[in-house]
Design a protein around this ligand. Structure first.
Ligand code: FE2
Length: 324
């Protein structure tokens, strides 16, 4: 089954095509925002103006004609309303024009499923870390996702982006911050874990304050080390609670090599296998939406057009309510 997946929850517009478990194409076009940060209306404008070319490039890269597509999957949330609306409008237009079925996909579920598939792990404990989300997830026998722990304020990716902007970095994102942090020395920063939940805002304030009197490199290094150590602690607690024998990390922040190293070490000590998908499939991308869409379509069938609306606060534990 060839599925076209559209991702537009935030700054990335991506359209990917999958066939079974195979990724045929995955074209990603990201709005950077620059120093002014990410303004929702501008993200939506970017997606609207690049939609047609991203679609053509994706079809060409998959060597597929639109008529050969069996299903259109779109990211339904969680996300920012304006860019989400552009992706969903595009999905609905294509479905009506070419008479194809539609399915709305929870963005977090897509990250989880593509990673499980690439790592060949079934129902592992999942650590999902991105700009807006930081969650520990476990799927039960009824395919219900339990959120065992999560951030109580900002997502870990947003913590890095906000700090990078506060210290005046032109490229204000986690990858640039990780580069700056290389070779840094540790500056003490607050560490805040509540059971299996995380709190990052106090750490952010303290890091911004420390950046006024310490080298930015040292504070960037300390911010990342502290937040990753907090994340490892809550994940280890969840592993012991669930007795899961596999751990998968997914989402944009999962690409960070230092985080991967810390998690791997923790897994060796806990006798748990560790998995992470290739970087391209951990950033926001259309292929993961297509792949997850194929799984949901098999289970729930097509989504009526009137239900194809953005759900900006769509939590993974609400999927049955939305799809059932
Ligand atoms: Fe994401």
């Amino acid at each position: 089954m060839k599925v076209l997946g559209i991702e537009s929850t935030a700054h990335t517009l991506s359209i990917g095509i999958t066939d079974g478990g195979k990724v045929l194409s995955n074209i990603i076009d990201r709005y950077s925002g620059g120093a002014e940060g990410l303004i929702p209306r501008k993200m939506a404008d970017h997606h609207a103006s690049t939609f047609s070319s991203v679609l053509s490039r994706s079809l060409a890269s998959a060597k597929t004609k639109f008529n050969d597509i069996d299903l259109i999957a779109f990211s339904q949330g969680p996300g920012i309303g304006s860019p989400l609306s552009v992706g969903i409008a595009g999905a609905k237009y294509l479905a009506l024009k070419y008479n194809k079925p539609l399915i709305g996909v929870n963005h977090c579920y897509a990250h989880v499923k593509i990673s499980e598939h690439m790592c060949r792990m079934e129902k592992p404990l999942v650590l999902y870390l991105s700009g807006g989300n930081s969650q520990i997830l476990a799927e039960d026998e009824d395919s219900y996702y339990h959120i065992l722990g999560e951030t109580l304020d900002v997502g870990i990716g947003n913590l890095f982006d906000s700090f990078a902007r506060a210290i005046g970095m032109k490229e204000a994102h986690g990858a640039a911050l990780a580069k700056l942090a290389e070779g840094g020395k540790y500056v003490p920063l607050p560490y805040s874990v509540k059971g299996m939940n995380l709190v990052f805002s106090g750490l952010q304030t303290a890091a911004e304050k420390a950046a006024k009197s310490h080298p930015h490199r040292d504070v960037a290094y300390s911010l990342m080390e502290t937040s990753f150590a907090m994340t490892c602690e809550v994940t280890e607690r969840a592993l012991f609670l669930t007795r899961k024998k596999h751990l998968v990390v997914c989402g944009g922040v999962a690409q960070n090599k230092r985080l991967q190293q810390m998690l791997k070490q923790m897994c060796v000590e806990a006798d748990v296998s560790f998995g992470v998908a290739p970087d391209e499939l951990n950033s926001d991308n259309g292929a993961m939406i297509a792949y997850a869409g194929s799984l949901l379509y098999k289970k729930y069938g097509a989504m009526p057009v009137k239900k194809c609306v953005p759900i900006t606060n769509y939590r993974i534990d609400r999927m049955k309510e939305v799809l059932g």
